[in-house]
Design a protein around this ligand. Structure first.
Ligand code: CTP
Ligand code: MN
Ligand code: MN
Ligand code: MN
Length: 373
């Protein structure tokens, strides 16, 4: 059948911050495969191909309808030869042989499994693979492997943490942490960020920002919140990082670099009775023990950095990458989780809201639920 490019294709930007991407993905059959190929490239330290696959997936996620033929992707940015070949396979055979080859690869399987453990990155996973280890059982049985505290927690709560967190669970956690924070400081502000702020139904964790309306008053708050969660018996694991904000430094060019805000990576115990709408009943009395472990990220920026922290922690990762790339390439500015710096004018551009930051960049405001790039 005749298949012409959609007229909209010409208007799709190469930058995710100039696209609107909701959680409704009409091209999941392509993007799932492309993201798996990106992950494989990451394991092989092929940065170029990894980024290319991620960008391609992101462009497809922004389309208002499903792609039914190769003609429909003509004129779209970021779709290279490899991506087009993969899409052609899927369109013709309903499957991708290239991704099936990757999925059946022993090394890919092992690295994917190992990095699914909280605290295990690609480097550690690779080390274990090279030692001939292939399963989580083998790692736990290997006497010469020294797990750090985070990895021990990762193994201990592996089943729970691997299970997606629902919106209802995120809401329940929000109430608990908010109540705890208000008990310590009644005017403290807790905001949901990450995937749930973007409207996602499920996440791998729940992300929050915690701050005080008055500058400097946030100091010591996070530690007191953590102590209180511990006293309540719901703190299963806590990795606390003190603030290292150094404003003399210019915004970092490296996206993956950690920001300098005080933060903690937590595992919390969520009672099923605390869930709204289930009447305190266990869904499956046979299997459920009445609670689950959940990963929570809690970041405590000072209020003068709040807008940048909120924008940076709302994601998606691809949206953030492209915001920074757009700032750098199109505006001669440098953006990170702390600040926006105009390199031509040699000055920092202040902001009290996300809208301010988009305006400084000369971008139309993109709502959080449109940032699922
Ligand atoms: N982020 C960051 N610095 C980190 C970790 C995360 O700036 N050290 C930001 C990223 O921009 C990311 C957002 O925080 O998009 C949330 O991170 P994460 O929880 O990993 O991803 P989500 O988008 O929330 O997706 P998920 O549902 O898998 O949690
Ligand atoms: Mn998250
Ligand atoms: Mn994530
Ligand atoms: Mn997170």
């Amino acid at each position: 059948t005749e298949c012409s490019p959609p007229t909209a294709a010409a208007n799709v930007s190469q930058y995710a911050c100039l696209r609107r991407t909701t959680t409704e993905n009409h091209n999941k059959i392509f993007t799932d495969v492309l993201e798996e190929l990106a992950e494989n490239s990451e394991f092989n330290e092929s940065k170029g191909p990894c980024l290319a696959f991620r960008r391609a997936a992101s462009v497809l996620k922004s389309l208002p309808s499903a792609v039914h033929c190769l003609g429909a992707i003509q004129g779209l940015p970021c779709l290279g030869e490899h991506t087009k070949a993969v899409m052609e396979e899927i369109l013709i055979f309903g499957r991708s042989f290239k991704v099936e080859e990757v999925q059946s690869d022993e090394r890919y399987q092992a690295l994917k499994l190992f990095t699914s453990v909280f605290g295990v990155g690609p480097k550690t996973a690779e080390k274990w693979y090279r030692r001939g280890l292939r399963s989580l059982k083998e790692i736990l049985a290997e006497p010469n492997i020294q797990l750090n505290r985070m990895q021990r927690a990762g193994f201990l709560y592996y089943r729970d943490i691997s299970k997606a967190v629902s919106k209802a669970e995120a809401k329940a956690l929000r109430s608990i942490i908010e109540e705890t924070a208000h008990w310590i400081a009644p005017d403290s502000i807790l905001a949901l960020t990450g995937g749930f702020r973007r409207g996602k139904e499920y996440g791998h964790d729940v992300d929050f920002l915690l701050t005080m309306p008055e500058m400097g008053k946030e100091k010591g708050l996070l530690v007191r919140v953590i102590d209180r969660l511990r006293d309540q018996g719901i703190l299963l694991y806590c990795e606390h990082q003190g603030s290292t904000v150094d404003m003399s430094k210019l915004p970092s060019r490296r996206f993956e670099a950690m920001d300098h805000f005080e933060k903690c990576f937590l595992i919390l115990r969520l009672e099923e009775g605390q869930m709204e709408g289930d009447g305190g009943l266990q869904k499956d009395p046979g299997e459920s023990r009445g609670w689950r472990a959940v990963r929570v990220d809690l970041v405590a920026p000072p209020v003068d950095h709040y807008a940048f922290a909120l924008l940076g922690w709302t994601g998606s990762r691809q949206f953030e990458r492209d915001l920074r790339r757009f700032a750098r390439k199109e505006r001669g500015m440098s953006l990170d989780n702390h600040a926006l710096y105009d390199k031509t004018k040699k000055l920092f551009l202040p902001a009290t809201s996300e809208e301010d930051i988009f305006a400084h960049l000369g971008l139309e405001y993109v709502e959080p639920w449109q940032r699922n790039a």
